[in-house]
Design a protein around this ligand. Sequence first.
Ligand code: IVH
Length: 719
Amino acid sequence: MGAGRPARRQPACAAGVFVKAGKDTRAAQEEIARLRVEIEQHNYRYYVEDAPSVSDAEYDGLMRRLEALEKDHPELVTPESPTQRVGATPLAAFGAVTHAVPMLSLGNAFDEEEVRAFDKRVTDTLRSSGQLGPAAEPDYFCELKLDGLAISLRYEDGKLAQAATRGDGQTGEDVTANIRTIRSIPLQLKAGAPRVLEVRGEVLMNRREFERLNEAQASRGEKVFVNPRNAAAGSLRQLDPKITAQRPLRFFAYGWGEVHGPAGRQAGKFDEPAPGTRETSTLPRDSHSAMLDWLGELGLPINTQHNRKARGADGLLDFYARVAKLRPTLAYDIDGVVYKVDSLPAQKVLGFVARAPRFALAHKYPAEEATTTLQDIEVQVGRTGAITPVARLQPVFVGGVTVTNATLHNEDEIRRKDVRIGDTVIVRRAGDVIPEVVGPVLEKRPADAREFRMVTACPVCGSAIERPEGEAIARCTGGLFCAAQRKQTLLHAAGRKALDIEGLGEKLVDQLVERGRVKSLADIYSLTVEELADYDRMGAKSAENLVHAIDKARKPTLGRLLFALGIRHVGETTARDVARHFGDMDAIMDASEEQLLEVADVGPAVAASIHRFFAEHHNRDIVHALRQQGVHPVAEAAARTGGFSGKTFVLTGTLPNWTREEATSHILAAGGKVSGSVSKKTAYVVAGAEAGSKLANAEKLGVPVLDEDGLKQLLGVRE
Ligand code: IVH
């Protein structure tokens, strides 16, 4: 869901559609009530479940109808109406709110040992208090540690009465007007709410929506935010709620604060719901998980997709490892996971230490962002001559590794981020993604910070640098004359998706090119064990293995060989499609643009690029030289099982054995396609653990769903 959607879902105040209700107040009242329920249901489906049930146009229609009725009957407008989410009048300052039940923090663990120590403390205490049998292990509830900001929502008689930030834990700021604009937060709880209910949770912004917000901010010349947490905090601390209303904020509940029923105030706590009264007797008392379910039933967004029960320290560590794998695929940032003893009576026995509960623990992941000094900006030359500015950094530990270089993408990006040499910068490394410089810390900019100047000649071969009009990327014009481009071309050709020559890595390619031994791809095939053993870091055994790998690469599939040539715009899938269509290399080399356009999914840019490539003699020479070296591609397997050509698969969740890449390559090999979103045209959805809204969509649209075994069976793969 895009950032555009929340904005489009602003009720169009000046819609100008004035529909005279033409009914008496009673009828209007009924219709208004019906519309409000319906609109909030759509909000829930859209903002919480990520599964919209109506089109934007239908939604807008309902909203306009409600606005018109309310305009006609202003006496019927209530603060809970969805029309009131546009943002109230700006404030001069935020008021202070004293939390009835303090908002505590959590103890942290950074390694396995600390998690085991936590589990042991909990187990020992619960066993000695009789809460747990002598051999029993505690049940935990595991959640994601959302990287946003903590908020307390106070509902009175089911209506949102106040919202406050955590502040120092005792006193926070009153952000009610802003919180009311967040559409996933109910203004009115469903039936069954106690007289007072404080809900604790996290406000955050999805990464994609954060990026779009930043793009929009930058294009208006306004402040860009360094990360989603910052953007969420900045958006919530706006004195003008109309601005907050434009920001794509989300909320997840993870606990409660004060809770009491109508018979006077009861001592409600995070760990201790109010006892006694008839109304409160329906409160969940047994477990944290039941409490969350109950909050969900009241209409609050709960992270049901990822929360899990676990037993014992091993169960906790499993959860941690599983979420670590999911982390890069999540829509939002997390900085760890949280383990909570599930039993509420057990939580009570464990109690609190200082300002944190003894029954809960945050297990942190390595930070994905850190600050360091930008010592210099150098440029790298890629396979196609693209010049990429690279930041040389004071080494910094981020995302679990020490980072010394980070990409700055291109010249415009450096200007947009206003990064200068000498700056203190924020560096981000998420998952296995290449580290990048997020932006400078302006307060720390030294007086002598220098702006980056793009080189005018290639630092490797001295050829001119060109930056075509309208393109972001500057390129070295040296082609294969440029040693940097030659090296990258060879590395690309040796890559796993191309000729798959194991052992032909960067260090060796550098030496082969620098010594002038390898000038083009074909030269690789004449390397001998004896000469290779003479290269740095090459033992006799690795030389032998490499020559063996090279020999194996004399029979690549035609698609792989075509991909290995590194033609611009020709990725792995296109190469395979073209290979299947033409059947042999000569036919591809001689194909006209029109003939190339006959291949399904090949458009004009790709056809022109292939045609241009083979129009160059030196490129045809490479193919001939490869033949002379005994490289004879084998025909691309036709869509193996026949029936998958053109069929689209969608992968969701984590499969037990195959990685996403493995599943994708098996599907592609069988002639199928892989897409990121489910539609009526999807042939199959392949769902693993933690499958998300795509699975729900598949079920809704009646698309067949397979698990990993089902997929293997279908593809006829035995593994
Ligand atoms: S429980 C008694 N659960 O982490 C403490 N906190 O250091 C209640 N956070 O400021 C907190 N995700 O904003 C809890 N699933 C989660 C959380 C979570 C994020 C934040 C929270 C708090 C900080 C605790």
